[in-house]
Design a protein around this ligand. Structure first.
Ligand code: P6P
Length: 336
């Protein structure tokens, strides 16, 4: 009976492809995997270990935190703090960065994460996930500051997520394609189950929160209206719709069978001073890297997601990503 390719073996085997990678990179990804396994365990046990429901706190976004939001963030910190691979962590659940060490000769990476994305679903037993993004510590950096994190998504050295669904799956790119690993709980290892994941250029499935329809701008209205017209409309085909309200689950579906995901900016968000709902640094950018590495497209409507120059750690951004031909069509509508 074979063991299969573990995540650690995979990274070591592919380490030569990761520019300048050393054992530090392998160690970093292993630390992330350990945190995800522990979070998966708690998500799976739920009420049995009293981790569901709301914490009596809000995050920097002013959103009510779930107990598991806080616990997942603490687990990520614990997994990363001791091994010296990461200089500092930025998280949706923390206002400012968490510095682990000033010895940036050894700790060569910065990590950004949404420790538990889609947590409004956790109490109703719907899939949620952890999203992570890896940047390199800037050359010559001494003490890490928040500004060191503010780099375009194109500079990510790795990105991925862990989906806590019927299976627990870790999906990763280090800039050489997308690989999927499934957690074997019998011996606690993520095993390689899909390599060189690619997204179909066309799709018949869109994901958007339709309840925001009255707030949408014209390009989004036009695109969705054409999808709804089906075979008789300009698309010449019928569309199906999905909305899980967990970005990790939506992106996983798109990586698996194609599709288009949209959380666009709209008039209501803009009236509240928000460019979008989703966050650039630890939601949109890591997902955009995965989608592009799988041959798909990821834009804000105005530009390529990975080219956005960040100005704030928790800035929000409109997100349109998925099957390349659909993303290009929506992009054209925004340009017209
Ligand atoms: P809505 C989850 O809260 C999240 O950040 C994404 O995972 C998800 O795609 C989106 O927000 C859901 O937003 O407006 O449907 O609750």
């Amino acid at each position: 009976m074979r063991i299969g390719t573990t995540l650690t073996n995979f990274i070591i085997q592919n380490q030569r492809d990761i520019q300048g990678a050393s054992g530090t990179f392998t160690g970093l990804l292993n630390d992330i995997a350990v945190a995800c396994k522990r979070i998966a365990d708690l998500v799976n046990k739920g009420d049995l270990v009293n981790v569901l429901g709301s914490a009596d706190s809000e995050n920097v976004q002013g959103e009510q935190q779930k107990k598991l939001d806080v616990i997942s963030n603490e687990l990520m910190i614990e997994a990363l703090r001791h091994n010296g691979h990461v200089a500092a962590l930025a998280s949706e659940e923390m206002d400012s960065i968490c510095r682990f060490t000033d010895d940036v000769s050894r700790a060569r990476y910065l990590l950004l994460c949404d420790p538990l994305d889609g947590s409004s679903n956790i109490d109703v037993n719907v899939s949620v996930g952890t999203i992570f993004s890896v940047l390199r510590v800037p050359e010559g950096a001494e003490e890490i500051t928040e500004e060191d994190f503010l780099r375009p998504g194109a500079e990510q050295v790795a990105a991925g997520y862990c989906l806590y669904g019927p299976s627990t799956m870790l999906v990763l790119t280090t800039g050489n394609g997308v690989s999927m690993f499934t957690l074997n709980r019998d011996f606690g290892e993520f095993l390689l189950t899909k390599s060189n994941v690619t997204i179909a250029a066309d799709t018949c499935e869109f994901a958007i929160n339709m309840s925001n329809h009255r707030h949408w701008k014209e390009p989004v209205r036009r695109y969705i209206e054409e999808c709804l017209q089906g075979g008789e409309g300009p698309c010449g085909k019928d569309f199906n719709m999905r909305w899980v309200a967990s970005m990790v689950a939506e992106v996983h579906r798109i990586l698996t069978r194609g599709g288009i995901f949209m959380y666009p900016g709209d008039h209501k968000l803009e009236s509240n001073g928000k460019a979008g709902k989703l966050r650039l640094m630890y939601e949109a950018n890591p997902m955009a890297m995965l989608i592009e590495q799988a041959g798909g497209g990821a834009i804000t409507g105005e530009q390529r997601m990975l080219d956005v120059e960040p100005t704030e750690l928790h800035q929000r951004v409109p997100v349109i990503l998925g099957s390349r031909n659909e993303v290009e069509r929506i992009g054209r509508y925004h340009q017209q």
